[in-house]
Design a protein. Structure first.
Length: 364
């Protein structure tokens, strides 16, 4: 079915958004497996959110015709066909499921960030206390967003939906809940983002690294921006009629921006894995520097050992030469002291010795 002016092709944009989210999730898994050799808890939570996004895309694909037909009939641009009640009810039931998946998936991404940020200050008690407070607030706000959905306007029979949910009070309630849910979405994102930034400036790292990590931690701002844009665009559709009543916003824009925000949240959660890749490169760089220092120290130690060995060798050689000279000198002195100078020694026929030494003496 052709689209009216002011409507958006959700089917086409949903395919693009989901494809980008899939690429982002695969990149996240690649980084985690490369850095940690396994997937962590926050990776599985992000994967669960991606699965909900996939189911939501399938729901929009199956019910998209009913949504456009309902928009045409509600705007008076077309007459209802015989299958209109069935198609419209099918779309409303699909919207019911998709909205639940939207909030569950969006808050799953928030929980994924919280699990990811928990490891940053797990040994810092004040940080842990703040983390638990943010976790409770996040879960509570998520339950509020799921609880204020007008389920009866999406699951009852088509006649009841048109009779009850097209009233001014019902439309005003929708407008208030959309703004309230957006406020809870943005506030929880700010609380989650404030956790790592609060301890970032007390960490002893370089300024450039702090800026890089701060940028990664601030990626949640992207999701916040899309949440605000979604509500701003949709709220403009709530107009006042000439009779003073409220006119419902264009539902195609509501679901389009809801799906886009969901996909962007998955992409942002995947981009946060850059921190692990950055940390691994730093570790590899530090390990390489440590290895170089070890080699230099080893070479210096070897040089010192060689110098000491050469000195010891020289000392040993000198000692041996000295000892050898002393031994030679001692031998020479011993030989001189034990030798008597004999002069004019003769033996007579009678065996008598005659010796003259420093004068003459005769023995017979």
């Amino acid at each position: 079915m052709a689209m009216m002016n002011g409507q958006v092709d959700i089917d086409h944009h949903a395919q693009i958004a989901h494809s980008l989210a899939t690429i982002g999730l695969l990149f996240r898994f690649y980084v985690r497996l490369k850095c940690f050799r396994k997937l962590l808890a926050d990776d599985y939570i992000a994967g669960f959110a991606w699965l909900l996004l996939l189911i939501s895309a399938c729901i929009w694909y199956m019910t998209i015709d009913g949504m456009y037909e309902l928009s045409f009939v509600s705007a008076g641009m077309a007459l209802p066909t015989a299958d209109f009640p069935h198609n419209a009810h099918r779309f409303l039931v699909g919207s019911n499921v998709a909205l639940i998946m939207f909030y569950v998936g969006l808050w799953s991404i928030k929980i994924s960030f919280l699990v990811f940020f928990y490891r940053l200050g797990e040994n810092f008690r004040p940080y842990q206390i703040c983390w638990w407070i943010v976790l409770v607030c996040t879960i509570g706000s998520g339950l509020v967003c799921i609880g204020d959905i007008q389920y009866h306007c999406l699951s009852d029979s088509f006649d009841k939906v048109f009779s009850k949910c097209a009233s001014e009070n019902a439309i005003r309630f929708q407008e208030v809940t959309i703004k309230l849910n957006c406020a809870l979405d943005v506030v929880t994102d700010v609380m989650i983002m404030a956790l790592p930034i609060s301890i970032l400036w007390s960490v002893r790292v370089g300024l450039s690294r702090k800026i890089f990590l701060g940028a990664i931690f601030s990626l949640v701002v992207i999701t916040m921006t899309f949440a605000i844009v979604r509500v701003t665009v949709v709220s403009k559709g709530y107009t006042t009629t000439q009779q003073g009543g409220r006119h419902q916003a264009e539902i195609t824009w509501l679901y389009f921006w809801s799906f886009i925000e969901f996909a962007v949240a998955v992409i942002v959660a995947s981009l946060a894995s850059f921190r692990a890749l950055f940390a691994q490169k730093n570790r590899e760089s530090e390990a390489e520097e440590a290895r170089k220092r070890e080699i230099i120290e080893r070479e210096a130690s070897n040089s010192k050992s060689k110098a000491l060995w050469a000195r010891a060798k020289y000392f040993q050689q000198s000692l041996l030469e000295t000892m050898k000279a002393e031994i030679e000198l001692t031998k020479q002195e011993t030989t001189d002291d034990s030798t008597l100078p004999l002069k004019n020694v003769s033996f007579s026929d009678h065996g008598l010795l005659e010796e003259t030494h420093s004068g003459q003496s005769t023995m017979r």
